[in-house]
Design a protein around this ligand. Sequence first.
Ligand SMILES: [Zn+2]
Ligand SMILES: [Zn+2]
Length: 607
Amino acid sequence: MLVHKRIAKLLVLFLVFTSVSWAATSATLEQLSDSVYLYRDICNVYIIEREGHTLAIDFGSGDVLDALKKKGWKAPDWVLHTHHHRDQCQGDYLLAGTETRIAVPEKERHFFEKAKTFWRDKKIFHNYLFKPDPFTSAYNIPVERGLAVGDELEWRGLTIKAITARGHTMDQLAYALSIDGKRIVFSGDVIYGPGKLWNYHCLQYRYNDCGQIGRSAQKVSRDAIMAESPDLLAPSHGVLMNHPAKALDEMLTNLSAVISILRSERIPPVKVDRLPHLTRVKAISHSYLIESDDGYVFLVDAGNTNPMKTVDENPNQKKIEGIWPTHYHGDHMQGINETVEKHGSKVYCHEILKEVLENPSDFNIPCLVRKPIQPDRVLGDGETFNWRGIEMRSYFFPGQTHFHAGLLATIDGKRVFFTGDSFDSPEHGHNYNCRNYIQLEPTGGILRCISVLEETKPDYLATGHWGIWEFTPENAAAMRRWAEGLRPRFERLIAWDDPNFGMDENWVSLFPYYSEVKQGESVKLQMRVRNHGATTSKMVVRLSSQSDLSIRKSKKSWTIKAKKDGSKDFRVRVPKDTPPGRYIVVGDITRNSTRLGQLCEAIVDVK
Ligand SMILES: [Zn+2]
Ligand SMILES: [Zn+2]
């Protein structure tokens, strides 16, 4: 009975979604053995057939239903999901009105059954945890059975065993099955192919863990898979693997190589405490007070109001006249608004920061603060300004996040470069948190920062958390050696044509990420794409929603040149009778004829 009630709920979604369903693909069922088939969709969908009945491992867009129909088969008896990501289950609504039962990892069950609760509680600000991923269903999916590690599902004389495959998600399962003379493990996204991962960012669990938590989980999953003595690994993305142990061990080696370079030993830096006109103040991160001869102060970063209090308590200092935020992270700017209010300070910023300071909730990135900051003066890259006789120069300095700036100033005859969080030692860059977005490109990311330092030759680096260091050409050379080691390691690990795709979770994104709209009004959503590829990409994007929000011209296509960004605008209208609440709009992405599924979303709160 329960099943039928649940299917009835899905039927409602089916009716909403039919108007936006994707054109049927031309993919067919590839027969892997007598009873096992592969359907290449937004993920690999595996079909097991028994006397005209089928069972599916993951379901992708649901287009596999057409292929089953062509064979004269009905919808599967069961769909087993390896994990909760949208590319495994975005088509589950198509199972409405069928007899299909859905089984999922018990520990991820709530991401299916209570997806809407996940979205209701989704944190936009002060977010330092990367799990669970927002790559979660946009609608509730009824679940018939939750499977724990070790559980067995019996189906038409076959026994399918659930084994741990955690790492890519917190509680992913793999499914082991003996069939047609082989032991197959359907391994979800533990591995893409020999030595390779579909992405690296999913292994980062929280700020600065560099994938270490994910790596430990991957090792546990590797051992659990190998305990089944599989002849074949069938991954959710990627290629079939006939030598599972070799493929998995190579992947772990490549992953360890990435983590070890990100966590290289730190060389103890030579620290300089202060200069006559430069003082360091602890304000969650480190702030810097640059003092003019006549007692005015220019402030770099303000994680809280300590710098303001320091100036207030110093009879020789008058007020903070200007503020330079190096980047948008809360620990560098939560004290800015209050300082502006009390001291009437002017905020100067690099142009790369303007948008995220003014509209933080437009972005789906960590460590955002709720209250926007209004810059008074926005500087271009390399632009200079003069503050009370001190010349300062603004730089795009994307070492820790893409939205990050550096500032060069000559203080007491020394060239001081304010680096923010781009370096945590004079020998290498700060940890890579993928969700901050940092490129592996000579013109972006840490290599760009190193080029800036090579060109500007500062005497000192004033860093965001690690004090002031002397800086030499030898340091710059060591930094470059370190940074040039990054890309080859990521290339060995990540399966995409360019490793940036497997590190940049937001290479496709919807702006604004969060918006509030009144009934009867509309919002413009911009699809932004960063083509990390070395060739032109043809993009096809289709926006949809699980609700009656209406989207004009919901499908758009265009090309984006190699290594360039591109965007398209969409208009989402909220009908007058839309009940107030939270709605999720998803963008279904096809790049160069490979459909990837609903990779990005935007949150729309109807008021
Ligand atoms: Zn996944
Ligand atoms: Zn930071």
